[in-house]
Write a protein that binds this ligand. Structure first.
Ligand code: BDP
Length: 336
């Protein structure tokens, strides 16, 4: 299924290549003849973000006639996400696919993406990301010396634990939940009534296994690909956040290219969003099936209101702090 989607996207992209290739050849002015970059990815090779990274790398090489080579390093080979963000600033990694929650430590205004229940659903979320609001956030990445290229889907984040299933916020009392570094999710978990521990993604499985934490929160594909469901087999679909994935490049890497090649990088990245979104839909359905087959207890909530109410104060505080973000979020609602 996955490869069919990829094939389709590649054919579409091929048509665009023919025109662009020629334009790019004319390139010019003081830029390097060819560059060879590294792209850091925390997920395994078959995860939707990684497949989109690879599609981006291949297309870029083709359309630049080999002037731009990107090698994708999956499985956190270049380090955990937080370390990679630091490496980007030091100039040792050029490209990075990361989750918006991690960026908050480097560009504080990106913490806004962690505001719980900010988006009504997928459509609202994508209206925002693909509109002016989403672009304004990408522009803010210049504060960390990076250029935001594209968003990828990451669905909604939900809680999972071992022991007793979480049906209402109170059930989190006495439970310790892992959260991503740099995010405001620790406060979300605490408002729900639990306690929170910040930990790198790669440490979570053993953290749960050894009892350091009782669970974590993520989307279905990550819950499955990390096999966290083996050690925390209760999932509660409370969907407290929708936090995009972002593909970024360091400004210093971008500066090595001619104007035309910079444009090419931007275009191919934007197209890779469509590749990723299609793969994402398939992956969510497959993950759900994997969880059901494995006998994981999936708690669907008819009403998420108790969870929304628990974080209403927190949401209001952050909405005050990130007013511009919330205005753009509101505007994206009207376009639905
Ligand atoms: C996943 C993101 C990954 C995150 C990870 C986490 O794709 O980039 O950082 O969550 O929880 O959904 O650390």
């Amino acid at each position: 299924m996955r490869s069919a989607a990829l094939r389709r996207m590649t054919t579409v992209a091929l048509a665009a290549t023919l025109g662009l290739g020629l334009a790019a050849c004319g390139g010019g002015g003081g830029a390097q003849e060819s560059v060879s970059w590294r792209l850091a990815e925390t997920h395994p090779g078959d995860y939707p973000t990684t497949q989109a990274d690879k599609w981006f790398a291949e297309e870029l090489s083709k359309r630049s006639d080999g002037r731009i080579t990107v090698e994708v390093y999956p499985d956190a080979q270049l380090g955990e996400e937080r370390d990679v963000l630091e490496q980007m600033q030091l100039g040792s990694v050029e490209l990075n696919r990361t989750n918006a929650n991690l960026v908050g430590e480097f560009v504080p205004s990106w913490k806004a993406y962690g505001i719980p229940y900010a988006f009504e659903g997928e459509e609202h979320f994508w209206n925002f990301l693909q509109g002016e609001g989403g672009q304004a956030k990408l522009d803010e990445l210049s504060e960390m010396g990076a250029v935001g290229l594209a968003y990828y889907d990451s669905g909604a984040r939900s809680l999972y634990t071992n022991g007793k299933p979480i049906e209402k916020p109170d059930d989190l009392a006495g439970r310790n939940i892992r959260v991503q570094p740099g995010s405001i999710t620790a406060e979300v978990v605490e408002e729900f009534g639990g306690s929170a521990t910040t930990m790198d993604f790669g440490e979570v499985y053993s953290g749960i296994e050894t009892g350091v934490i009782d669970g974590a929160e993520n989307n279905l594909p990550s819950y499955v690909s990390t096999r966290h469901y083996e050690v925390a087999d209760n999932l509660t679909l409370n969907e407290h956040q929708r936090v995009p994935e972002v593909l970024m490049i360091s400004q210093s890497a971008m500066d090595q290219l001619s104007e035309q090649d910079q444009q090419l990088v931007r275009e191919v990245a934007k197209e890779s969003t469509e590749v990723q979104r299609e793969l994402w839909q398939e992956e969510v359905a497959e993950s759900r099936k994997t969880l059901e087959d494995a006998g994981v207890t999936i708690t669907e909530l008819d009403d998420k209101k108790p969870f929304e109410d628990a974080v209403a104060g927190l949401k209001e505080r952050y909405a005050g702090q990130y007013g511009e973000f919330m205005d753009a979020v509101e505007a994206a609602k009207k376009q639905q």
